[in-house]
Design a binder for this molecule. Sequence first.
Ligand code: SF4
Length: 451
Amino acid sequence: MSQSFSITDLFTIGIGPSSSHTVGPMRAARDFAERVLIRPDVGQLICELFGSLALTGHGHATDTAILLGLSGFTPEGTDPDDIASIIAAIRHADSLKLAGKVDISFVESQHLLFRKGEFLPGHANAMRFTAIYGDGSECSETYFSIGGGAIKRENADAPRLNFVLPHPFASGADLLAMGNDTGMTFGAIVEANEAAWRSEAETRAFIDEVRVAMLACIKRGIAKDGILPGGLNVKRRAKCLHERLVERGPRSDPSTVFEWVSLWALAVNEENAAGGRVVTAPTNGAAGVIPAVLKYYEIFTANPTPEGSRLLLTTASAIGFLYKTNASISAAEMGCQGEVGVACSMAAAGLAAALGGSNAQVENAAEIGMEHNLGLTCDPIGGLVQIPCIERNTMGAIKAINAAYLALQGDGSHIVSLDAVIETMRQTGEDMRSKYKETSLGGLAVNVVEC
Ligand code: SF4
């Protein structure tokens, strides 16, 4: 199977704290609401959450996402600052306006059910919506949140592509061969393929918009302090850390660089944990890695250019496509290797490309970025995207930068191919026990007492 989705599917501008548990459920709920309104006499609506969504949904704001989605809101179009009042109004009235059109009674304790311990075949993140019409007939649909905010409706036909990509690829080997044949970089291959969806100018405008949204998220994260929501009493650190770094001024100590990079990743992931506006890159939990590496490129490298920033993002997306196509970016399937590990691999490749690396070096950087994240579990304390997630993004960003330079110091030849490491990640994810895959039933989640 070759690439069948666009860069706009990989980098989406949404809300925190989770792409698979917040953004995906919101999209699924909205889709269902629109479908059932083919008949306006909906009397009752029940939403059941299964698997990882049931186990960590409260901490990941899945309940809020479902209420918003049923009410017709989108992750892209909802102002994070409005969410609390919208949800309070729904809960106060025990009713919502289905798809923004028809008032229905919705008592959360009766109509939104967390089926803990129950899994549906198909995917660990499953939702079943059932509408009961005035005449007693029912309509039911099951959705899966498959990672990065993408959803799949059970039994729905796969979308058909009515176009042919100029440079279809399904593996790192394809990318390398295509690069050899055409002289194109991975980023240029992605940009050329995007022409199947929209004009070159529109694609460039989208990439620039993603860059601006990433940097704006860093800025917002740095400006805010206080305690993150959810009850763990996690203090936001980015603002204080930023003040200290500014006060200290430029130093020749090399630690300065990774303190700034860590700050930028912290800022994004604190924004995400607070339910703010973030770019899925490729998921919300891992949203800080690529922005921190992008900012590193723009601030700390010798000759950053707008072209280089674009190349960083397009190259990162080429690598993201490979993980989405050949494995998964869902933590419920792969653990954190599928989130922070993939983001690290994408960022490493992007940075290596922006710094002028050859395709072989870029492929090597992506491979190193994943090789040292293999086996990384997902065990968020309290089901919140806070510990270990926020700090883990700082580690992912630093590791990505290291991976890029390791690759750039070589000639691109190496023993483990990117394709081999992606397949290893997939197999490792399959073998990983479910308690380490976004269920909060293992790891830190059970060894740290919540207070
Ligand atoms: S541990 Fe990793 S995969 Fe799990 S929620 Fe946190 S960032 Fe996402």
